[in-house]
Design a protein around this ligand. Structure first.
Ligand SMILES: Nc1nc2c(ncn2[C@@H]2O[C@H](COP(=O)(O)OP(=O)(O)OP(=O)(O)O)[C@@H](O)[C@H]2O)c(=O)[nH]1
Ligand SMILES: [Mg+2]
Length: 176
C-alpha cells in the first residue's frame, strides 16, 4: 500500500530552530533559503522563503515546510500553511520576549487554517534555566501535553514532536 502524503508546517520566531529542526529530521536533502543577514542579532543567516524536508513515518510520508521567522516575510506563513494538516510551532524556551510573536503566528495561521497544532519548545539543552514546557503551556493556555520540549539538533527529540503532532492530525482526520 502506498504511503499517504501529509503536509505539515513549522513556524515560530527568528532563531527558534525551524531550519535546524528540518535539517536534523529530513531523510531527503533539504531545500533551504537561508541568506546572510545583518539584521538578525546573534545569528549570521536567516530564512527568507522556506525550508523543505521529508520524513517517512510508517503509513505517512510527511512533507515539512518551514516558514521564515521575520515578520517582514509574514505573507509566507499563509502561503506555506495552505493545504497543511498540522502546525508545529517552535518557541525558544529561553526567550520569553519572543512569546508574543509566537502567539501572533499561532493566531494568524490557525485563524486562516484551523488545523491541529503542537508547540515544541526548543533550546532546553543549552538553556536549562529557560521556561519549562508546563509554564509555556500555561502562557499559551494549552494543556501540558500540547507542549513538547525538544532539542532541535537531536533527531529522536525532534521526531517525538512530529509524532505527537501526527497523532493529533490523525484524530482530526478520522473525526472529520
Ligand atoms: N543546541 C540547540 N541549538 C538550537 C536549538 N534550537 C535552535 N538552535 C540553534 O539556534 C540557531 C538558530 O536556529 P535556526 O534553525 O537558524 O532558527 P530559525 O528558526 O530557522 O530562524 P529564522 O530562519 O531566522 O526565522 C542555530 O545555531 C541552532 O543550532 C536547540 O533546541 N538546541
Ligand atoms: Mg530558518
Amino acid at each position: 500500500m502506498s504511503k499517504k502524503a501529509v503536509k505539515i508546517v513549522i513556524s515560530g520566531p527568528v532563531g527558534a530552530g525551524k531550519t535546524t529542526l528540518i535539517r536534523t529530521l529530513s531523510q531527503t536533502p533539504v531545500v533551504n533559503t537561508d541568506e546572510l543577514s545583518t539584521e538578525v542579532i546573534g545569528k549570521t543567516h536567516t530564512t527568507v522563503a522556506l525550508d523543505f524536508g521529508q520524513i517517512d513515518l510508517g503509513d505517512y510520508m510527511v512533507h515539512i515546510f518551514g516558514t521564515p521567522g521575520q515578520e517582514r516575510f509574514d505573507f509566507m506563513w499563509d502561503e506555506l500553511s495552505r493545504g497543511a494538516l498540522g502546525l508545529l510551532l517552535l518557541v525558544p524556551c529561553d526567550r520569553p520576549e519572543d512569546f508574543p510573536h509566537a502567539r501572533k503566528i499561532l493566531e494568524y495561521v490557525t485563524s486562516r487554517h484551523p488545523v491541529p497544532f503542537v508547540i515544541a519548545s526548543t533550546r532546553h539543552d543549552i538553556a536549562p534555566k529557560g521556561w519549562q514546557a508546563k509554564d509555556i503551556a500555561s502562557y499559551f493556555n494549552l494543556p501540558e501535553d500540547q507542549v513538547v520540549p525538544i532539542n532541535a539538533e537531536n533527531r529522536e527529540s525532534v521526531r517525538s514532536a512530529v509524532v505527537c503532532l501526527m497523532k493529533q492530525v490523525e484524530s482530526a482526520v478520522s473525526a472529520a
